[in-house]
Structure formats: structure tokens, C-alpha cells
Design a protein. Structure first.
Lengths: 190, 190
DNA sequence: GTCTATATTCCGATAGAC
DNA sequence: GTCTATCGGAATATAGAC
């Protein structure tokens, strides 16, 4: 077994992510994935025995990516505003694609998930909030950002605006998401 | 046929709402409802032929209730802060019950819904946003509230904080929701 | 690693009796 | 308005050949 996942496995993870962002975890099936990849149902089960294993794999991928992003934010050469925009632009991309935040999507289904996935999801959420909190705290200290709340609370306010903003804008129109983003940046950046 | 829905019909609407707020629209079945009400599957179909009819009925109920709430806000004797708290307390109640906002829950499943439901959902969202926008605008005019954004944008920021805040707090703990609310009120109320 | 084939269970839905 | 009975289909999942 290679250390790197196979192309098929990666394609399944990618498609699963896309389905969750587009339709929700409980609204897609292994058949949806196998059809799109032109393989059979059973092949998907080979890579991820149960649907919860697939979700766990997707969340693990996110945890890995956000750890990398958080690490890259350690570089002292990056301005706080730039870090903020890196986060916001991820959500903007989703919005343009008619998708929603994976975390937000899975949060809705929280009570239908097995304990192992709940734990991972909590870890991912705290990872993201912690990362944003750090960006805010350091940005404020350097005089690049301004806010009156604690960094923890401000990170929650910011991320709920972004995640739910994308969901809202999928229904009421992209202009609403743009307005939210502009407002957030104007308010935060000195 | 009476103008008022039967007890059973109302119980189905109530349970359906609860399931959506707890598990999500695509994660409960007519069997779940019939079991809890000690009736048979077919009886539920009598009141709501298809699941989408049930969801449409639930959303219609919400539209009706929010129209009433908006109307009650027309009373000039109510302070803006009081109106705000009436809105916030609805979300606090959800939070205490481990439920999430119905609109937020259904938004995740948006792309799996038939056109008739999408239309109703959009109407409900604009109704709520419009109501909040009016509260904010009038509160600012009377010097009771303060904010720099347009009332429309501020209403979106506020409602996304509340809706996603409840979802977040279901996972990270109720204290986070409380912190969000306190921050919102402190920021808004003069 | 993918296939065929199949098992099981559940879901949404309907016909027709009471 | 609720029941019994049942249907067609879909979802999750597994056994075993290739």
C-alpha cells in the first residue's frame, strides 16, 4: 500500500466533498459517486467501507489542510489583512460555485453522525477558530486590525458571518455575500 | 373541512419542524413521525401526500408566524432593544434545546428541494431579513441602536451570527452562543 | 483494485377496507 | 381519518470472481 492515496481514492474524496457542499451529507449516495466516476458501487466501498469512513476521510483532509494554512500564517512577512483575505477568498470561491462551507453543511447533520465523526468535526472547528483567533489577535497587536470583542468571540462572529453568508447568498444572490465581505473588511481593517 | 387544521395535522407539522431542527430535512422519514405519534405511515400521507408538501406546510407556518411578529413590531410602544431581544430569545431557546434554526437547516438542503419549496423558503428569508432591517433602521433613527453598515447588510450580519452561532454552539458549547449574543447586543444597543 | 451479483433494509407512496 | 397491505425503488453493504 502506497503512502499516497490512489487516484480513485482522491477522486472519491473530492467528489464526496463536492456533494456535501452542494447537496448535504445525507442527500448523496455511493451510487452518485460511482456513476460520476464510471466505476461500480463496490469499488467505492473498497476505499471507504462505510459512508461515515468517507466523511471521516474528508474531514481529516480538511484538518490537514487547515493545519498547513495555519502553519503558513506563521510566516511573519504576511500582513494580517492578507491572511484575512486568504480566508475570505476561500468562501468567495465556494459562493461563486454555488457551494456552501463543508463545516456548515455537516453541522446541520451533526446529530445523525457517529461519535468518531463528531469528534473529528469538533477538532476541525476548533482548529479553524483557533487559527482565525490568532490572526485577529496578532493583527490587532500590530495595529493592522481593530475590534472591541475578544479575539475568540470576534473569530466566531467573523466565521459565522462567512459560513452562513455563503448559505444565504446561494438563495438571495451573490451580491449579498459581497456586501457582507466588504462590510467585514471595512470594519476590521485599520 | 374545518378552517383550522386537525390535531394530528398540527402534531405532524410540529414534529416535522422538530426533526428538521434536530436532524435535518433529508435525515428523517414519515416512519419517524408515525412512530412517535402512534399512527401509521399512511395517515401521515393523508395529511401531507408527499414529504415536500410537509416541508411546504412547515415553511408556510413560519411565514405566517413571522408576519404576525413583524406586525406586532408595528406597535410604537416597543423599544428597539426589546424587539431585538424578542428575535434573539427565539434562537436562545433553540440553543437550549439542542436544536438549530429551521431556515439554516433547510438552507443546507436547498439544492435537493423542489421549486415550490425553494420559492417559499426565499420568501421566508426575505420576510425575516426585511423585518430585522426595519427594526434596525427605526432603532437607529430613534437613537436606540447604533451601527455603521446599511440596515440591510447589518440585518444579514446579525442573522447569520445568530443562525450559525446556534449551529456552532451545539458543537462547541452553549457558552459560545451566549458570548456571541452578549457581544451583538453590546455592539448594537446605545 | 474493480467487477458481478446479491442481501437487507428502509423510504416514499398508493389502493382499498373500515 | 386511520387502517392493512403492498409496491417500486433506492441506499448501504458484502461475498466472491477476476
Amino acid at each position: 500500500m502506497a503512502a499516497r492515496p490512489t487516484d480513485t481514492k482522491e477522486a472519491i474524496l473530492r467528489l464526496g466533498t463536492e456533494f456535501i457542499q452542494t447537496y448535504g451529507y445525507n442527500a448523496f449516495s455511493y451510487a452518485d459517486i460511482s456513476k460520476e466516476l464510471h466505476i461500480k458501487n463496490a469499488a467505492v466501498h473498497y476505499h471507504f467501507p462505510g459512508k461515515e469512513d468517507l466523511l471521516a476521510g474528508i474531514i481529516d483532509q480538511y484538518i490537514h489542510r487547515y493545519r498547513e494554512l495555519a502553519k503558513s500564517f506563521g510566516n511573519p512577512g504576511i500582513a494580517a489583512k492578507q491572511k484575512l483575505q486568504a480566508i475570505i477568498s476561500r468562501y468567495s470561491l465556494l459562493c461563486e460555485q454555488g457551494k456552501i462551507c463543508l463545516i456548515g453543511s455537516v453541522c446541520t447533520d451533526y446529530n445523525t453522525l457517529p461519535e468518531s465523526v463528531k469528534t473529528r468535526l469538533t477538532e476541525l472547528i476548533e482548529l479553524v477558530l483557533g487559527m482565525v483567533e490568532k490572526v485577529l489577535k496578532e493583527g490587532k497587536k500590530k495595529g493592522e486590525l481593530q475590534f472591541t470583542e475578544t479575539a475568540r468571540v470576534k473569530s466566531m462572529l467573523l466565521m459565522t458571518n462567512l459560513a452562513a453568508g455563503v448559505q444565504l447568498a446561494r438563495i438571495t444572490g451573490q451580491k449579498d455575500y459581497t456586501a457582507i465581505c466588504n462590510s467585514l473588511l471595512k470594519q476590521l481593517v485599520v
